[in-house]
Design a protein around this ligand. Sequence first.
Ligand code: AMP
Ligand code: ZN
Length: 494
Amino acid sequence: MKLQLFNTLSGTTEAVLPADGASVRMYACGPTVYDYNHIGNFRTFLHVDILRRTLLLFGLKVTHVMNITDVDDKIIRNASAASTPIADYTAKFERAFLEDLNALGIQRPEFIPRATDHIAEMVTLIQQLAARDLAYKTEDGSWYFRIAGDPDYGRLSKKDFEGIEDGARVDVDEYEKDTARDFALWKAPKPGEHHWETALGPGRPGWHIECSAMALQLLGNSFDLHAGGEDLMFPHHENEIAQSECATGELFARHWMHVRFLLVEGKKMAKSEGNFYTLRDLLLKGHKVSAIRYLLTSVPYHHQMNFTFDGLTDATVAVEKLRTFNIRLTAATRSGADNATWSERVKQADAEFIAALEDDLNTARALAPIFELLRFCNGHLDKTGNIASPADIADALALLQKFDSIFAILEDRDAETTRAAIAWAETEGRTNEVSSDLASSMAFTDAAIDALVAERTEAKKTRNFARADAIRKELAEKNILIEDSKDGVRWKRK
Ligand code: AMP
Ligand code: ZN
């Protein structure tokens, strides 16, 4: 099993392998913790999680770094408006981000460094660049990278920077146009602004130098893979490469992966567009975290995807089908001889699942054989009355586990996650955002529903149909649906 992944740097699809033969060293740009993250941000983090999980499934080790950007213009501005130290201001959003990662089943990277814990390394890096005449100080005490000093500038985004104006500068982190400019490495503070006293003078780091310094420190001068959303390719990643390679003289990251945007009606989901949903927004509307994960991962990373509520509904149904299949296989009677077609189908689905992941993490294609197998096995179990051989069931369950080591939706933590979101809304004074349907279905704990469902089953046994109907009605009014099937009684929140 070998992952073939598109490499933005080379423009070709190449195998991802650890250069040191031991562990894939990878860096993925993390969030700027000035607010809650929207599901566009999470699409990127989820696909980096799919990458990570695939490498692990393929038997490789990973050393994965994801930074937390806890100082930038917005953070300084918002913290100052709230009269809060920046560390206190960002702590809340950092915590929320990590909770959201957890809720979405995103595995923790080995390292999650904060930019403000690595100021010394950033200063050293800027000094190295200055020693090579690639960084210069301006009158106000800021430091800039001299693009004209790097003949290879533009190698990632392949932009044509002909006629770069030497000394033209941007002092903001966000470029207005796709034009090359000397960019800020270190920003002198405005009066009263939060800053660090360093050998470069007082100030704070630019965004790009943060990632270079943390990546070089934690992964070494040269490492295997660097990932981020497609908007980071230029200027952020281009600038990371320029700073790092000019300082070390070595190739920075060999492989670059860029996750394409999540769109809403054809436009990038973005804070600035006002067309975004945070994870918490969706949970409070009654959507399940498993469906959100499934939806955002089911379209491969190299395609842009449009977010719609219909898509989210379809994802909810898909997750339910897979969970029901898992439960049905687990509960099936193991007896009789192996079925040649069954075992052939499992083998084929397994091979197709792996081949799709190997092929540039094609998650959509990876799902197809799992659903085909689901239909086949369900058909078989319908015919036999839920009986299959021990080996056949074990094989199908093993493949389902393999599927879940990537997609991570079988374990049902939906209610727990939603409950945590409601508790958060209460502490933030945002209970008005909790949908009324959700509030009523959450009024019952899982244990209370289990008890009522058991009481209904008992009532039916003793032919007390009035009580049984009353229980069904009471739960239905709270948006909790009871489903009677051949395999027993199940319930779900609508
Ligand atoms: P930020 O906190 O804005 O730096 O974004 C964190 C990550 O989310 C970066 O890797 C961005 O490229 C990514 N990102 C932002 N908006 C979207 C979007 N609409 N779709 C996919 N990824 C996004
Ligand atoms: Zn970065």
